[in-house]
Design a protein around this ligand. Structure first.
Ligand code: AKG
Length: 303
């Protein structure tokens, strides 16, 4: 579907202006979208997840540990696919207004892909180097949208998502470095101009909708408050992933709004192919660390 086709369907939760902004800029934020009741439920199950990760001494398929993690002072970087680990996360992904927000930007038929909960823990939560998402999980078109929920207030010190306005209409950058290693990093000299950067702060309950081509990153959290950010990826039902999902989960392909597609939609613009994730995926930061060790690396977003 073209943006015009999507916009011709009635809006469910976004205003028409917010939908237009999404297509124009490659992202939009919606403050106050998620109720306190939902936030409380999500916080409660997240506290349970943190307890489950407490005793770990190294990262695994579910938990990526933040530097300095200890059983008496847990510090998590990510829960991979929270939807697979507690029904409340799936209920939120499939039954809340988050799926309606997805329909507002991909069209009425919405398919779920994967999810992650990025914590950006207080006092040193890791930054995220500049990158685009779709090269890690190519689809037949560019409808995929990541929708993030700030579970707590996110101000500048917490390391909000930073996006380059309009970059979804620009080129896809290579996520490999010059020596052919997947580093999920756009070197500093290839970044969109600084005037296009937008810092997406917002109070608890804010949704951030990010197109899969939009250049983005985020800063380290040096503050004394964490930045739990719950991210679910959706696409139009007629977009099909043609490489293994880096974050496989039982809900991949579930239709959360509308109907399944009988035809695949193919965008003619090509996409870079990632490494074969079917033998396992270590998460983005291990790859981005290689970029930092490499000679051509950028250091990630700076103010
Ligand atoms: O958590 C963040 O700040 C960025 C997340 C992100 O870019 C990703 O998970 O691809």
């Amino acid at each position: 579907m073209t943006p015009e086709d999507v916009l011709a369907h009635p809006a469910r939760v976004l205003t028409q202006t917010q939908r237009e902004d999404y297509f124009e800029n490659g992202y939009v934020t919606v403050e106050g979208a998620v109720s306190r009741a939902w936030l409380d439920r999500l916080h409660a199950v997240t506290a349970e997840m943190v307890e489950k990760g407490r005793a770990l001494t190294e990262s695994n398929d579910v938990f990526i540990l933040e530097d300095g993690h200890r059983a008496d002072d847990p510090r998590l970087r990510r829960v991979t696919n929270p939807v697979s680990h507690h029904p409340v996360y799936w209920e939120f992904a499939s039954e809340s207004l988050m799926a309606d927000a997805a329909a507002d930007v991909v069209g009425p038929d919405v398919k779920f892909y994967h999810s992650k909960l990025n914590f950006k823990w207080a006092r040193g939560g890791q930054d995220f180097k500049w990158h685009q998402d779709i090269q890690a999980w190519p689809h037949t078109n560019y409808s995929p949208v990541t929708i993030g929920l700030y579970m707590d207030d996110c101000d500048m010190p917490q390391g909000p998502l930073i996006v380059a306005k309009g970059s979804h209409n620009g080129p896809l950058h290579s996520m490999y470095d010059d020596s052919g290693r997947w580093v999920l990093n756009i070197p500093a000299d290839r970044l969109p101009p600084r005037e296009t950067w937008d810092y997406l702060t917002g109070p608890a309950g804010t949704l951030v909708l990010l197109n899969c081509r939009t250049v983005h990153g985020s800063l380290r959290n040096e503050s004394d408050r964490g930045r739990p950010f719950l991210l679910n990826v959706y696409s139009s039902a007629d977009a099909f992933a043609y490489r293994p999902n880096p974050l496989p989960n039982p809900y991949e392909g579930a239709i959360v709004r509308g109907r399944p597609a009988r035809w695949a939609h193919h965008d003619p613009r090509p996409c870079e192919i990632p490494p074969d994730w079917s033998s396992g995926y270590v998460g983005p930061w291990a790859h981005q660390k290689q970029a930092i060790a490499g000679a051509t690396a950028s250091r990630g977003p700076s103010m």
